[in-house]
Design a protein around this ligand. Structure first.
Ligand code: RIB
Length: 305
């Protein structure tokens, strides 16, 4: 039986507004093209993996409001199996996204249902090829999923986005791959991450605390993969016209994890992830921007390896 991916994480209604620049304190600015789009780091990563063709299950919590059904529909439409997800009373998670010219964003998060997990969730890991986590749900849920995965011999990948607090020390050794961006890596380690040499030193610092591979997302500069032993691998980003960076990191981590479950080499996984992210940033929205496998293969076929 083909292995599937289990994504444990958040689902949000992304409330978008496009602005020229961030308002100063006390200032009022006009916005335009306000829209509600499906998102949330867990949902985005699950959609990214499913759109790339990997059987993918999503364990998340949806609220009892009008945002829940469109989110479920978007995930199911991307091919995600929602059987491990549950509905809970109260509002669905929401993200207020200020999309600035050039595609950069600023986000305010309201956790809602993403924070309303039961105390001791159970995870079915039969035929599971990897568990993918982020940090928009309670840390004890990530801890429970990581422990269950370790007991079942299933690799755990954590995208570090969603919470600026340090990752608890007992969780770090359960993480086979952690994927921060540069600023998350700086916050997690207290070290500068302004160039590749500093990024490598900070990644090694995380590894000294017990994590396995560190996969650092460097935005338009690509990524740096730092295995526990062996040489780091650098992959440059594919140059494209950026419309909206929201969800690009999720797309990257989701695609990398697809490559992991499919048994690709590290080099192939990084190319898959960079190509998927390059397609994602050219579209508006997070979850709706996740590319299909044929789109990614098409881009890879014209990019020298
Ligand atoms: O990573 C992008 C996501 O962050 C958005 O979809 C938003 O929901 C926030 O969680």
């Amino acid at each position: 039986m083909a292995k599937h991916l289990l994504v444990v994480g958040s689902a949000n209604a992304d409330l978008y507004v496009e602005i020229q620049r961030l308002p100063l304190p006390g200032e009022t600015l006009p916005g335009r093209n306000a829209a509600v789009r499906p998102g949330g780091k867990g949902a985005n990563q699950a959609a990214a993996a499913a759109r790339l063709g990997l059987p993918t299950r999503f364990a998340g919590r949806f609220g009892s409001d009008a945002f829940a059904a469109p989110l479920r529909e978007a995930l199911a439409g991307a091919g995600v199996d929602l059987s491990p997800s549950r509905d809970v009373p109260g509002p669905t998670g929401q993200a207020f996204i200020l999309l600035q010219q050039g595609g950069e964003n600023s986000i305010v998060l309201v956790g809602g249902a993403n924070r309303a997990w039961e105390e001791h969730p159970r995870f079915d890991l039969a035929d599971c090829g990897a568990v993918l986590l982020q940090r928009e749900i309670p840390e004890n849920i990530n801890r429970a999923a990581a422990h269950a995965a370790r007991a079942a011999g299933v690799p755990v990948v954590m995208d570090c986005g969603g919470d600026d607090e340090p990752i608890p020390g007992d969780l770090l050794p359960l993480l086979d791959v952690v994927s921060p961006n540069e600023s998350e890596l700086a916050r997690l380690t207290g070290m500068p991450t302004e160039d590749d040499r500093q990024v490598l030193a900070a990644a090694r610092c995380l590894q000294a605390k017990g994590v396995g591979t560190v996969l650092v997302k460097l935005g338009s500069r690509g990524c740096l993969l730092v295995p526990r032993s062996g040489e780091p691998v650098r992959q440059l980003a594919f140059k494209v016209n950026v419309v909206d960076t929201t969800g690009a990191g999720d797309c990257f981590t989701g695609a990398y994890t697809v490559g992991l479950v499919e048994g690709m080499s590290e080099h192939q996984r990084l190319r898959l992830a960079c190509a998927a992210a390059a397609l994602c940033v050219q579209r508006l929205g997070a979850l709706p921007s996740m590319p299909t496998r044929s789109e990614v293969d098409g881009l890879l076929s014209v990019m020298p390896s």
